[in-house]
Design a protein around this ligand. Structure first.
Ligand code: GUN
Length: 294
């Protein structure tokens, strides 16, 4: 399989970039069909303040838009913008026909609560899947627009031919962005799901049972070789800066010796998330098109 490179005597490296390219190619075709109908998808991003990491992530998303043919624009609000101003901006974008997807880049400056802003996004344009209506639908087993990182992981597992039905899956991290929505998606596919987090006692006792292990804790090197079941599929969502290098939450080289396959950092889950955002922007546009044609 082209997306998994074999290293003799070790596990496989899951090539997130190659998988993301496949998903992008599929999305580009869907975008082409929408353009032929006169409905080029449009994505609007909002950044509040000048966080360099946020600016970089948004630039990466806009480049992906350019590659697949999605029109994109960014609104940069001042660091001091209040929640009312953010919501006003979102309402303006909700009204616009040429904007099919709206993404408020997180975190907000000063770690302000983003929930009121997320709830102001039209659920039909909520390409991040963070609106309470979309989160509720996901939990109820009807997946519409859902968070991109978990959806990218589930998509990659399907593409790699790893069925989730009946699998022992362990997620480390219970955030609204990754852990909680991923648990719901895995349950929707009939996996047995454990969710661990900072208060979990004896983490290793859980992770050692995992046939599929997803780590989104933000702790460099948290997962060591003896915490991984031989033959497991390991997805590392962590992005940490250590001594000038970007590393994940998994001790990659060591874990690769026991796992069936591991995602690298960088080049694993990150590109999958971005390409899933493109896919969901196309999905949002298709859904809006169907509503408009009723
Ligand atoms: N910041 C970190 N991850 C994400 C994400 O998936 N979506 C948004 N909007 N902001 C983020």
């Amino acid at each position: 399989m082209s997306e998994v490179s074999s290293v003799p005597g070790t596990g496989m490296i899951i090539d997130g970039k190659a998988l993301a390219s496949e998903l992008e190619a599929e999305t580009k075709e869907r975008v082409g069909e929408l353009v032929a109908l006169g409905r080029r998808p449009g994505l609007a991003t909002i950044i509040v303040g000048e966080n360099p990491a946020s600016a970089m992530y948004v630039r990466i998303k806009h480049s992906a838009c350019d590659r697949v043919g999605i029109r994109s624009e960014n609104v940069n609000l001042h660091e001091d913008a209040g929640i009312e101003e953010i919501i006003e901006t979102i309402r303006g974008l909700n009204e616009r026909e040429d904007v099919n997807g709206i993404l408020l880049q997180l975190p907000l400056p000063g770690n302000r609560d983003s929930a009121p802003a997320m709830a102001a996004i039209d659920p039909a344009k909520d390409v991040d899947g963070f609106h309470p209506v979309n989160m509720g639908s996901l939990l109820a087993g009807a997946e519409r627009l859902v968070p991109c990182t978990p959806k990218g992981i589930v998509w990659a597992l399907e593409r790699l031919g790893v069925s989730l039905e009946g699998r022992e899956t362990v997620i480390v991290g219970h955030s609204n962005v990754v852990g909680k929505p991923l648990a719901a998606m895995m349950l929707n596919r009939n996996a047995t799901v454990s969710v661990c987090h900072v208060f979990t006692r004896n983490l290793a006792a859980h992770t050692r049972n995992a046939e599929v292990l997803v780590v989104a804790a933000g702790v460099p090197g948290l997962i060591k070789r003896d915490m991984v079941k031989p033959g497991a599929y390991v997805f590392d969502v962590g992005i940490n800066r250590v001594e000038g290098k970007t590393v994940g939450d998994v001790e990659f080289d060591e874990v690769l010796k026991v796992a069936a396959a591991v995602t690298p950092v960088p080049g694993g889950v990150g590109p999958l998330t971005v390409s899933m955002l493109m896919s969901q922007t196309a999905t949002a546009t298709e859904m809006q098109e169907q509503i408009n044609n009723r």
